[in-house]
Write a protein of this length. Structure first.
Ligand code: HEC
Length: 127
């Protein structure tokens, strides 16, 4: 009994670590959860709603340069990006595709179009 009490802090730490790790895995597995509605600020909306999958710089990497699991496309790759049409990107943003969530309930089509020309296209232009 005495022995068990003595070992409890270690057990607790182990349990806590296990909970934290599984919690992080759950969160990471559902990147589309809790997507906010468009609030009129394109750059802020990119950071709040898109960067979790596409990265703040659109290159599909987190702030430490680690590849994000649900990025899907590297917007800084201008060779590839230049082959894509705005109209196709608008459709994917509105209707979603595979792991890319649909944003038609979150933002108007005109705002999504602006997001593409003013934010998404510029990731490639910077490189
Ligand atoms: C849950 C993760 C996730 C979020 C959030 C997300 N995307 Fe995506 N997006 C993806 C994935 C994955 C793909 C690739 C889909 C495919 O082709 O299978 C993609 C593809 C795209 C494409 C098409 C790229 C191509 O293949 O030509 C555009 C444009 C795009 N996303 C814009 C956005 C914008 C704008 C936002 C925020 C308003 C956003 N995404 C939020 C995951 C996400």
């Amino acid at each position: 009994m005495n022995n068990l009490t003595h070992r409890l802090p270690g057990l607790n730490r182990l349990l806590l670590t296990t909970l934290l790790v599984s919690g992080a895995a759950l969160f990471g597995g559902d990147q589309a959860k809790d997507l906010p509605k468009f609030d009129g600020n394109l750059q802020k909306y990119w950071n709040d709603a898109c960067a979790r999958c596409h990265g703040a710089n659109g290159n599909g990497r987190d702030n430490n340069g680690k590849p994000l699991p649900d990025a899907g496309f590297d917007f800084t790759d201008s060779r590839k990006a230049n082959k894509k049409k705005d109209s196709d990107w608008l459709k994917v943003t509105m209707d979603g595709k595979d792991k890319m969530p649909a944003f038609k309930d979150k933002m108007a089509e005109a705002d999504a179009q602006k997001m593409i020309t003013e934010i998404v296209r510029k990731f490639a232009a910077k490189h």
